[in-house]
Design a protein around this ligand. Structure first.
Ligand code: C2E
Ligand code: MG
Ligand code: MG
Ligand code: MG
Length: 291
């Protein structure tokens, strides 16, 4: 299954499907029905605390199971959803679906897991985000502290007043906000002080060579020190090798997400892997390593 999907991904990137105009028009047409035809699915990737040695949560990542083309990754169609406004209803569904899945895990007695949902700039600006969150929480009866929204820096630097209002409302509801792809946006750092933010996720670009590149090490160390002083949780994205994880833990980053543990997987696969992942996390937490 995973292998098959992996091949599909490669194929899509080569063809640049979403960028070709006639393909894009076809995709756009098909996307209009994707939600009602149940073709949209969420995959989940574990967030792993390698100090506590356990899986803390899951990031929900959208996939489109196209009837003819197979599984399409979000990079190929999110921009179409945004341009057509489809991201509004689909964005609402995403939050609902993630809460529904989290609730299932609670019912099944799995260890407590938070679930993170990516929010599009279009969705953030649309004024329905808070309502969508409230609806989803009411529906699923999920404890709000287990829902997290991932925003990017560029989304929150414009219109500071309005942003602050939304973020305060979300905080009041009790859900956490993470800054995704941290370090890649155009923004000043002052927002970290102004806005109620819980977590920063250091972009994969800085993590890729973190086990040997001195400059990346300097940047990431500075981000971690700053984040810790500001009492923020820190997540490193895109950890593929244990050496990266060891390094990150050594410099004070407790939580990692990346292919070393797993690619994003369907919910049932996530459930099956949870115990082996927890075991691996526990083992890593006991290993000593010096950099
Ligand atoms: P993101 O939120 O930064 O998500 C992380 C992306 O990095 C995911 O790609 C994930 O599969 C990939 N990744 C995770 N670990 C590794 C690793 O170790 N190595 C490498 N090379 N890649 C890794 P994916 O699922 O293709 O999603 C791409 C982007 O699409 C996401 O980036 C996010 O910006 C957007 N996206 C995904 N789902 C949604 C959604 O439901 N709503 C919105 N608005 N955007 C979404
Ligand atoms: Mg994300
Ligand atoms: Mg990210
Ligand atoms: Mg990223």
């Amino acid at each position: 299954q995973a292998k098959k999907e992996g091949r599909n991904h490669v194929q899509f990137y080569q063809k640049g499907l979403g960028k070709n105009l006639s393909n894009r028009l076809n995709l756009e047409k098909d996307l209009r029905y994707a939600l009602e035809r149940d073709e949209l699915i969420l995959y989940y990737q574990p967030l792993v605390n390698v100090v506590k040695g356990r899986i803390m949560g899951a990031e929900a990542l959208l996939r489109w199971n196209h009837p003819k083309l197979g599984i399409i990754p979000p990079g190929e169609f999110i921009s179409i959803l945004e341009d057509t406004g489809l991201i509004i209803p689909i964005g609402e569904w995403l939050i609902q679906e993630a809460c529904r899945q989290q609730n299932i895990w609670v019912q099944k007695g799995l260890p407590a897991l938070s679930v993170s949902v990516n929010i599009s700039p279009v969705q953030f600006k649309s004024n329905i985000l808070v309502k969508a969150v409230n609806n989803a929480l009411a529906h699923s009866k999920l404890n709000p502290s287990f829902l997290k929204l991932e925003l990017t820096e560029n989304m929150i630097v414009n219109n500071i007043g309005e942003t602050l209002k939304i973020l305060n409302e979300l905080k009041h509801i009790g859900i956490g906000v993470s800054i995704d792809d941290f370090g890649t946006g155009y923004s000043s750092l002052s927002y970290l002080k102004k806005f109620p933010i819980e977590t920063i996720k250091i972009d994969r670009a800085f993590i890729k060579e973190i086990d040997y590149d001195r400059q990346d090490q300097a940047i990431v160390k500075a981000i971690i020190d700053m984040g810790r002083s500001l009492k923020l949780d820190i997540v490193a994205e895109g950890t593929e090798r244990d050496r990266q994880i060891h390094y990150l833990r050594e410099v004070g980053c407790e939580t990692v997400q990346g292919y070393f543990f797993s690619r994003p997987v369907p919910a049932d696969e996530f459930e099956k892997q949870l115990f082996p992942w927890n075991k691996l996390a526990r083992e890593l937490s006991h290993q000593t390593y010096s950099i």
